[in-house]
Design a protein around this ligand. Structure first.
Ligand SMILES: [Zn+2]
Length: 408
C-alpha cells in the first residue's frame, strides 16, 4: 500500500453518520437513527493512490480537535450534505452489446419471457459478450463505472452471467479484477452468476454439472468472486437446482445471493432466508410467507425499482416488508435488458414515489443495509470512527437533494 495522508471535510450542511441504523441492524430505520450532525466535519485517511483509509473523527465543525486543524481540508460552506458512500449492491455491469431493439417490443406490451423465447433477452447479450475481447469488455465497463462514480456510488457489486460457459464467465470476472486496479478509490465486489440462464448449446443437466464441478471450483481457486448468485424463477432455475449450486458455493467459501420471486412466486425468498443467503433480490411477486421468512432472517431484501418500472410491473410490496421488520436495500440492477439505468439516485426517486419509502428508509437502503447485502457491514456503510472512509457529497444542502431531481 502506498503511504497515506490525513484530510478533512468541513462545514457540511448536514452530515449523516448512520450510526443509529447500525445499532438497529438496519431494521425500522427512522430519522433519529441517521446520526444527523449540523455543520458537520469529517477527518479521514486516504492513500496516495486514492484508496480510502479509515475515518479518524466525525462531529460538528466547531468541535474539530486541535491536532486536525492544519490538515488539508475541503470547505463545503454549508452548501452540501455529507453521507456514507452510496452502495450499489446488485449490478450486471460487465457485458457487451445492447438490447435497444427490444425496447419497442417491450413498450408495446411483449413480455420479458416472450422476448427471451424469440432469441432476445439474456441470450442476445450472451452472444455479444462471448464475442467481445476482455479488453473491449474492460473499456465498456470502465465508462459505466466512471458514470456511476459521478453519481455518488463508492461500492459496486457486479455479477458475471453473460457467458454461460467457463471461458466467458472467467473473462467477465477477470474484467472486475482489472477494474479494481483502475479504480482504487472504489470498492468493487465480484459475484459469479453462471446460473443466470441456461446456454443454448448445452443441455440443462450437463450445464448444472459444469457449474458444480468446473466453474465454481475454478472461480474459487482463482479467487475471482466472493459471492454466488442464482436466478430462481419460472423458466430459469428451480429452488432445488439453486440449492445444489449455492451449497457447493458455500463449501468453496462463496456466500449465497438469490434473484428471488421476480417474474413469479417460486418461494425463492423463503428459500434464500432458509439457506442464509446474504440477500434476496427483486421480490416483485413475494408471498406473505416469503415476507415473514425474510423479516425473521439475516437475509437482506433488495428492491430493484428500475426493473419493475422497465418491465411495467407493480413495485415490490415495500411497506409490508419494512413493517414486518425486514432489512431493506435498494439497488439499480443495472443491466442491458431489464434496467439499462446506472443511476442509484434515480432508484431512490422511484422507491420514494412508487414504494412510499421515507428519507430514513432510503438512506439505510443505500448505505448500511446495502453493505449487509454484500457482507461488508463491519467495515463499510456508516461514517463512524474506524470505518472505511467511503463517503458521498450531495448536490444540495439536504440528503434528499440527491434524489428529488430525476433522470441523471
Ligand atoms: Zn439482476
Amino acid at each position: 500500500m502506498p503511504p497515506k495522508s490525513i484530510r478533512a471535510i468541513l462545514h457540511a450542511s448536514e452530515l449523516l453518520t448512520g450510526a443509529g441504523v447500525r445499532l438497529k441492524d438496519g431494521r425500522h430505520p427512522e430519522e433519529t437513527d441517521l446520526g444527523r450532525i449540523e455543520d458537520g466535519a469529517l477527518v479521514y485517511e486516504v492513500f496516495k493512490n486514492g484508496a480510502p483509509g479509515k475515518v479518524l473523527w466525525v462531529g460538528p465543525t466547531s468541535k474539530l480537535p486541535a491536532q486536525y486543524k492544519r490538515v488539508k481540508s475541503k470547505n463545503l460552506r454549508g452548501k452540501q450534505a455529507l453521507i456514507p458512500g452510496l452502495i450499489d449492491c446488485h449490478t450486471h455491469l460487465v457485458f457487451a452489446g445492447d438490447r435497444a431493439d427490444e425496447f419497442a417490443l417491450r413498450s408495446a406490451g411483449v413480455s420479458y419471457e416472450e422476448i427471451a423465447k424469440n432469441g432476445g433477452g439474456i441470450q442476445k447479450t450472451v452472444q455479444a459478450t462471448r464475442a467481445a475481447s476482455e479488453r473491449e469488455l474492460l473499456r465498456l465497463a470502465c465508462a459505466r463505472l466512471k458514470l456511476m462514480r459521478t453519481l455518488g456510488v463508492r461500492v459496486i457489486e457486479m455479477k458475471s452471467g453473460y457467458g454461460l460457459d467457463l471461458e466467458t464467465e472467467l473473462k467477465c470476472l477477470r474484467v472486475t479484477q482489472a477494474l479494481r486496479k483502475t479504480f482504487p478509490d472504489l470498492h468493487l465486489v465480484s459475484t459469479y452468476m453462471g446460473a443466470h440462464d441456461f446456454p443454448k448449446d448445452v443441455d440443462r443437466t450437463s450445464y448444472i454439472e459444469q457449474i458444480l464441478e468446473v466453474h465454481l471450483p475454478r472461480v474459487a481457486k482463482e479467487r475471482l468472486a466472493e459471492h454466488c448468485d442464482v436466478f430462481v424463477d419460472r423458466g430459469y432455475y428451480t429452488v432445488e437446482e439453486a440449492r445444489r449450486i449455492l451449497e457447493k458455493a458455500k463449501q468453496l467459501k462463496l456466500s449465497a445471493k438469490v434473484h428471488a420471486d421476480e417474474l413469479s412466486d417460486t418461494g425463492s425468498a423463503a428459500f434464500a432466508a432458509e439457506i442464509g443467503a446474504l440477500s434476496a433480490d427483486h421480490l416483485l411477486k413475494i408471498s406473505d410467507r416469503g415476507i415473514q421468512a425474510l423479516a425473521a432472517s439475516q437475509t437482506t431484501a433488495v428492491f430493484l425499482p428500475g426493473t419493475a418500472l422497465y418491465l411495467k410491473t407493480t413495485a415490490a410490496p415495500a411497506r409490508k416488508l419494512l413493517q414486518a421488520g425486514a432489512r431493506v436495500a435498494v439497488s439499480t440492477d443495472f443491466n442491458p435488458g431489464s434496467c439499462p439505468c446506472p443511476s442509484l439516485p434515480a432508484m431512490l426517486t422511484l422507491s420514494a414515489l412508487h414504494m412510499g419509502m421515507s428519507r430514513a428508509e432510503l438512506f439505510a437502503a443505500v448505505t448500511y443495509n446495502a453493505a449487509c447485502a454484500l457482507g461488508l457491514q463491519r467495515t463499510t456503510g456508516t461514517l463512524e470512527r474506524g470505518m472505511r472512509a467511503l463517503f458521498t457529497l450531495t448536490p444540495g444542502e439536504k440528503f434528499e437533494s440527491l434524489y428529488y431531481g430525476f433522470g441523471y
